[in-house]
Design a protein around this ligand. Structure first.
Ligand SMILES: Cc1ncc(COP(=O)(O)O)c(C=O)c1O
Ligand SMILES: N[C@@H](CCCC[NH3+])C(=O)O
Length: 442
């Protein structure tokens, strides 16, 4: 059985996280509940930072907060000296609410609206990662009108196919993100930006995909961007001071997954940059990265209560939990695999094979097929591991299910950081029928 971070089994045979009994968490906050092992988040953050420090490389490690965005996680990210990647006005607003230092916020997005860009200028974010030609026109206009300078990175697609799910590769040429490196788009973007009075091009950005286990694609990407930087130096006498190589470092969801240690990805990319800068006498740029999943993924555990069961003879036994695709869409969307345990009976053999289904009105709402848990009983607590990234942040109110509560645990303490939605929350945006009656026109 795979356990993560500070997880242990206590004398009652209960799963503990951060020194807190998961059964107590459930009794206090109800289910479904996502519990974050904050010590593990801190450990991951420190490991990334330490790798750069040990290599003597100036760096920023930006938490890609689309993986899990909340005021409290931004506060922890700030405590750990991370920077922050936000990808919408909503994430920026959350960062502002958390008091996150604006100069360490990097603003992303492939279709930022004018209002979102205005907001980023008003908050004086550290940089905007420019993605397309419309955005170039918008930021030039906004900066000139406001007479305000802005640092930017140019996001490029390096033409690298990373080995991961099709929906989450982003570095290949056929991508909605960024400027193509090979067909002249990236050069055109640079050309339009670098002589502007208010815009300062810091450097380049790429992100080749997510949940990647090997380093070859990262090395290729680093090399492709370095080559372009060298070209811009030779042609325009321009030096990039920042090279942002994105996130995408894989984590271990199941025993079959074999990710590298987070530091290993960094070392490999850094070694390409170090050797190319030496070879071409290029000033060493700062290296920025933006891990999401590898910072929060295995820190999160979802606790559910087990309810109904159904046996389909000779095929499978379904056990249903009180959440599902509404709090974790990844199995239905990507065929993502997870492991689970019976958290209240950890010392019993976890050998009964079941399909863990959710409660949504959808046959595809299966969280785990072939899960191995203790012989199931009503009210058991099922813990699914590694749900810290892209679960809560992609959660919905499908079937009008309230979204779960989120709690942080650390050193035997626990704190609610997102309260459970109520039925009132669910109808809070609804406007009852008033003037419009049947047959009237609006
Ligand atoms: C631009 C960008 N940066 C960083 C990330 C974070 O990726 P991951 O969570 O795989 O580290 C993503 C998401 O894939 C992204 O689109
Ligand atoms: N949401 C995806 C990853 C997309 C990353 C965002 N660029 C996942 O759950 O794996």
């Amino acid at each position: 059985m795979l356990l993560y971070g500070t997880q242990e089994v206590n004398e009652k045979g209960h799963l503990t996280i951060g020194g807190v009994d998961s059964v107590d968490l459930v009794n206090t906050y109800g289910t479904p509940l996502i519990a974050y092992d904050i010590a593990l988040f801190r450990e991951r953050a420190r490991a990334f930072k330490e790798t750069f420090r040990a290599e003597g490389i100036q760096a920023q490690v930006a938490y890609a907060s689309k993986a899990f965005s909340s005021i409290a996680i931004y506060e922890v990210a700030q405590q750990e000296g991370l920077s922050l990647d936000v990808v919408s006005g909503g994430e920026l607003y959350t960062a502002v609410q958390a008091g996150f230092p604006r100069e360490r916020i990097h603003f992303h997005g492939n279709n930022k609206s004018e209002a979102e860009l205005e907001y980023a200028f008003a908050e004086k974010v550290g940089c905007i990662v420019v993605d397309n030609f419309l955005e170039i026109e918008l930021i030039k206009r906004i900066s000139a009108l406001r007479k305000q300078e802005m640092d930017v990175l140019i996001r490029v697609t390096p033409g690298v196919e990373a080995h991961t799910h099709n929906y989450i590769t982003t570095g290949q040429e056929d991508s909605k993100f960024g400027f193509d490196l090979k067909n002249g788009q990236a050069d055109e973007a640079f050309y339009r930006l670098h002589n502007d009075d208010y815009i300062r091009v810091l450097g380049m950005h790429c992100h080749i995909g997510s949940q990647i286990f090997e380093t070859t694609a990262f090395r290729f990407a680093a090399e492709a961007l370095m080559n372009k930087m060298i070209m811009w130096r030779d042609e325009y006498n321009f030096i990039c001071s920042v090279l942002n190589l994105g996130g995408g470092f894989g984590i271990r969801y199941t025993e079959e997954d074999a990710p590298l240690a987070p530091a290993k990805y960094v070392e490999e990319m850094a070694s390409v940059v170090l050797s190319m800068t030496r070879q071409h006498q290029y000033p060493m740029p700062e290296i920025w990265i933006e891990p999401g999943r590898s910072l929060v993924g295995d820190a999160g555990t979802t606790l559910y209560k087990l309810g109904s069961m159904k046996e389909v003879p000779e095929i499978r036994t379904y056990v249903a939990v009180d959440g599902g695709m509404s709090d974790n869409i990844r199995p239905a969307l990507y065929g993502a695999e997870y492991t689970a345990v019976t958290a209240n009976r950890m010392n019993e053999p976890q050998t009964t094979e079941v399909t863990i289904a959710g409660k949504c009105c959808e046959s595809g709402d299966k969280l785990i097929e072939h899960a191995l848990i203790a012989r199931p009983k009503e009210d058991d607590i099922i813990a699914t591991f590694c749900t810290g990234a892209y679960s809560y942040s992609m959660a919905s109110n499908y079937n009008r299910l309230p979204r779960p509560a989120v709690v942080f645990v650390e050193d035997g303490l626990h704190q609610l950081v997102i309260r459970r939605e109520t039925y009132e929350d669910i109808t809070r945006l609804d406007v009852p029928l008033q003037a419009v009656k049947r047959g009237d026109t609006i």
